[in-house]
Design a protein around this ligand. Structure first.
Ligand SMILES: *[C@@H]1O[C@H](CO)[C@@H](O)[C@H](O)[C@H]1NC(C)=O
Ligand SMILES: *[C@@H]1O[C@H](CO)[C@@H](O)[C@H](O)[C@H]1NC(C)=O
Ligand SMILES: *[C@@H]1O[C@H](CO)[C@@H](O)[C@H](O)[C@H]1NC(C)=O
Ligand SMILES: *[C@@H]1O[C@H](CO)[C@@H](O)[C@H](O)[C@H]1NC(C)=O
Length: 469
């Protein structure tokens, strides 16, 4: 039995070896940089995985703490719980991301391409074929692999890296389960006699497995690993029907239960119980939460997609038409991270004391973060739509509080109290606060000017005054 498991592994590993190239070296970040343009733009992309078949770049959350105003600490991001990095995974066609696990949980978004992801969910191997727009959650400590299944297509993914459970080695720590000499499998750290017994193979067989020359964490694959359709779930504990499947699951069982330990009781527990593993959630297949002719927004929380509950992370996607604005708003319960997917525009963020914290132009590829409670808005440039995507540090419905527009805090509060708060008459207040007929996504400036408006500035001043009086 152990022998056949090894044979399967060897098949996979030797096909990696057949591909040429080294892909050695850590390499310096290269790119992703640029000049600093604002306190809340995260500019340093660090290359954490470089390989012949692809790369992983990580933009660390919070950017440059040393650049923050005096006395501001990690609390700005809601403490360690709000610590999140944004990862960019790129894989060439016909490549495999070697099985490994992380000290951080991931929420992966497929930006472009097709990918087969296999991971261990409740002691079973789960495989899912993902397409553009899909969201999937990989828990920390869960071994997973990814295969680019897009024909001749480069695969791009964006993920949140929730570092709140991390060991503290930033930005995250990977433990390779698969891997020969590079990356080195964690199995290689065991005494070979111990491993031989655990695997029930000879040390020679073992060495073939662990000393094979591999070309980095993301490698080219051919044959079965590249082409096989996703399997059905395979319980680590069930040695059920169907030859190939049993052998495969034996491999995983050996690796995870036998060697890494921790799940030794799993064999008796849950026996024969089918594992219901989560399907991906496709952002583009669902109706937006809000849509008008000026754009749309989608927010995904644990109520929409329960796996998000485990990592307590929310996902959002916004598309603004040219010139439109996501009205000034506040996240009362979460810090927000965003990636500009397409187009260009401006992001404005306000300090608690009512001064401008940032007024930065952004374009595709830029990463930003907005601390909890800080008022901010995004505005698409007049040249085209602005599309951005991101994560929030809470999976519970993070209800943004809009400050301006029909469904805003100010609008709801119009009355003598608010007027007195601004030191104006109620009529003056209504003139300003009730002029905007749209909510959430507001039309572009030119349209307003045609109406003789141009009230945005005035309103913004009012906002600052009232919100932080
Ligand atoms: C080890 O492998 C041999 C065959 O090579 C088999 O007979 C034996 O049952 C195996 N032992 C265990 C504990 O799997
Ligand atoms: C899987 O194991 C069975 C014996 O349990 C064997 O007959 C079969 O050939 C193996 N399949 C593969 C693909 O190695
Ligand atoms: C965003 O909106 C524009 C039109 O305003 C549209 O052309 C584009 O396809 C949209 N993007 C997505 C991802 O739906
Ligand atoms: C407002 O707060 C920011 C951040 O604490 C500080 O840098 C700035 O000097 C303050 N401005 C005023 C006018 O108080």
């Amino acid at each position: 039995m152990g022998r056949t498991a090894v044979v399967i592994l060897l098949l996979v590993f030797s096909s990696w070896r057949m591909t040429m190239g080294e892909g050695e070296g850590e390499g310096e970040g290269g790119g992703g940089g640029g000049s600093r343009r604002g306190l809340f733009i995260l500019e340093k992309a660090e290359q954490v995985v470089r390989s012949e078949g692809g790369e992983v770049r990580v933009v660390k959350g919070f950017g440059f703490p040393e650049a923050w105003p005096e006395g501001w600490g990690w609390g700005l991001a809601g403490g360690r719980r709000g610590l999140m990095h944004i990862g960019f995974i790129a894989m060439e066609p016909n490549t495999l991301f070697v099985p490994h696990y992380l000290d951080s949980s991931l929420v992966i978004f497929v930006r472009r391409g097709d990918v087969k992801v296999g991971w261990i969910y409740k002691d079973a191997l789960v495989e899912r074929q993902l397409k553009m727009g899909d969201i999937i959650h990989i828990p920390s400590g869960s071994t997973f692999y990814m295969v680019n299944t897009g024909k001749g297509q480069r695969l791009q993914m964006i993920c949140s890296i929730d570092a709140s459970e991390s060991l503290g080695w930033s930005p995250y720590q990977a433990f390779y389960v698969g891997g020969g000499t590079h990356p080195q499998s964690v199995l290689a750290g065991f005494d070979s006699a111990t491993l031989a017994v655990a695997f029930n193979v000879t040390t020679e067989e073992l060495h073939t497995l662990l000393r094979s020359r591999t070309a980095g964490p993301i490698v080219y694959v051919t044959g079965e690993a590249a082409e096989r359709q996703p399997r059905r779930e395979r319980d680590l504990d069930r040695r059920g029907e169907g030859g190939e499947e049993i052998n495969g699951s034996w491999t995983w069982r050996k690796l995870l239960n036998g060697i890494l330990g921790g799940k030794s009781n799993a064999e008796d527990k849950d026996k024969g119980k089918a594992v219901r593993s989560p399907d991906p959630y496709n952002l583009y297949d669902h109706d937006p939460d809000y849509r008008s002719k000026y754009g749309w927004t989608i927010a995904l929380g644990e109520d929409d997609y329960h796996p998000l509950k485990h990592s307590d992370i929310g996902v959002y996607l916004v598309n603004l038409t040219a010139g439109s604005m996501l009205a000034p708003h506040v996240n009362p319960t979460a810090t927000e991270y965003g990636v500009v997917l397409g187009g260009s525009g401006t992001i404005q963020v306000v300090f608690p004391n009512g001064t401008t914290a940032m007024n930065a132009e952004v374009a595709a590829g830029d990463v930003f973060w907005i601390p909890r409670y800080f008022p901010f808005c995004q505005i698409a440039s007049l040249s085209g739509p602005l599309e951005f995507f991101g994560f929030t540090t809470s999976a519970r419905r993070n209800r943004p509080q809009f400050l301006i527009g029909q469904s805003s805090v100010l609008r709801a509060m119009v009355g003598p109290e608010l007027a007195a708060g601004f030191g104006v008459s109620e009529e003056q207040l209504r003139d300003v606060v009730e002029a905007q007929k749209e909510s959430i996504i507001l039309p572009s400036w030119p349209e307003k000017e045609r109406r003789g408006g141009g009230r945005g500035e005035e309103e913004l001043l009012l906002i600052n005054k009232i919100a932080f009086a």
